[in-house]
Design a binder for this molecule. Structure first.
Ligand code: C2O
Length: 345
């Protein structure tokens, strides 16, 4: 077993933190997690159903009704309950604004702009998905993915315009049928739909293929524990479409384009989970394109760990090495076309 220092949070330290624009925010749990006992992650039963994540623009009315019901239960739970929707959103706030110090160092722990990006968000979605399923007694429930890398998925999926899926803090002019600019950088592209789609496909080819040939370019830089460890080198997909779409969806009427446009508030918008489900899927796709070789074997990455509450409200310690095989996590992605794959310019 590796005995060095790995990146991990010190749960006794949850404190006020700063938004992207350096405004103070507070997203710590009401009761300190440090007072709670935790359990180590265990894989779900290998014979449990495989949850199949499908494109959000293709799911049917029954599925939407079921998910809608779960989401309204989640929103109605008391804030003391870690399954509450705002608590879930605040998990993201905690880890993205640096509300915890690291174990063995007073440096803040942040999960963006480095090699923590993909695995940390995979963990968050894993627990979130299982909480939703358990709230409606459905152990096959799977999150949808926002298939923004394919022409039919390049707008806000209609399901997010109704019921519990609505977030009124979204940019009005970007609601459907507006085609998304997946490389949005605060300036409207002004492109006609077909040109925007072609531009998006070309970006995807770059982010997934030509610009992502080296592991670090895709996965992000090697963030290490301690004072000098933060590296600030996001992977291709993290920068765009990931960051770009956060900004594109969030409301220009709010100071930091909340909700989706600011890390502290992003996970309050239900579309966050579909956005990240697609990012998680693209990690699988990239891995598949290089023959499913382990992407990183550095124990400082594999052994890094974080804490989440599971569907039984238990605090769970989970390591990056636990989330590298999604079959073992009992979910899968529906196979869809990859229109960008052969789109070499
Ligand atoms: Cu943790 Cu999409 O951001």
């Amino acid at each position: 077993d590796f005995v060095g220092v790995v990146l991990s949070p010190n749960l006794t330290t949850c404190h006020k933190s700063l938004s992207d624009a350096d405004r103070p925010v507070y997203c710590c749990p009401p009761k300190r997690d440090s007072e709670e006992p935790f359990i180590d992650f265990q894989f779900p039963d290998p014979s449990s159903p495989l949850r199949l994540r499908r494109p959000a623009h293709l799911v049917d009315a029954d599925y939407i009704a079921k998910y809608n019901k779960a989401l309204s239960i989640m929103k109605s739970l008391p804030y003391d309950d870690p399954r509450n929707h705002m608590r879930q959103a605040n998990m993201h706030c905690i880890y993205c604004t640096g509300a915890y110090n690291q174990q063995h160092s007073n440096s803040l722990l942040k999960i963006h702009r480095s090699w923590l990006f993909f695995p940390w968000h995979r963990m968050m979605l894993y627990f979130h998905e299982r909480i939703i399923g358990s709230l409606i007694g459905d152990d096959t429930f799977a999150l949808p993915f926002w298939n923004w890398d394919a022409p039919d998925g390049m707008k806000i999926p209609n399901m997010y315009m109704n019921g519990s899926f609505v977030d009124k803090d979204r940019e009005n002019s970007h609601l459907p049928p507006q085609v998304a600019d997946i490389n949005f950088d605060y300036v409207e592209s002004g492109l006609e739909p077909e040109d925007q789609i072609a531009t998006n496909i070309a970006l995807m080819y770059h982010q997934m293929v030509s610009g992502a040939k080296k592991t670090e370019l895709f996965m992000g830089c090697r963030y290490k524990a301690g004072e000098e460890g933060f590296c600030d080198g996001p992977g291709t997909i993290e920068l765009a479409p990931h960051n770009a779409l956060h900004t594109w969806v969030g409301s220009t009427l709010n100071p930091e384009r909340e909700n989706l446009g600011a890390f502290y508030s992003a996970a309050r918008d239900p579309i966050f989970y579909a956005h990240h489900s697609n990012i998680d899927r693209l990690w699988e796709v990239w891995r598949g394109l290089r023959g499913n070789k382990p992407e990183i074997i550095d124990p400082e990455w594999l052994e890094s760990y974080f804490f989440f509450h599971n569907e039984r409200q238990q605090l769970v310690r989970i390591k990056i090495r636990d989330v590298l095989d999604i079959t073992k996590l009992r979910y899968a992605y529906e196979k869809v076309d990859l229109p960008w794959l052969n789109a070499r310019p």
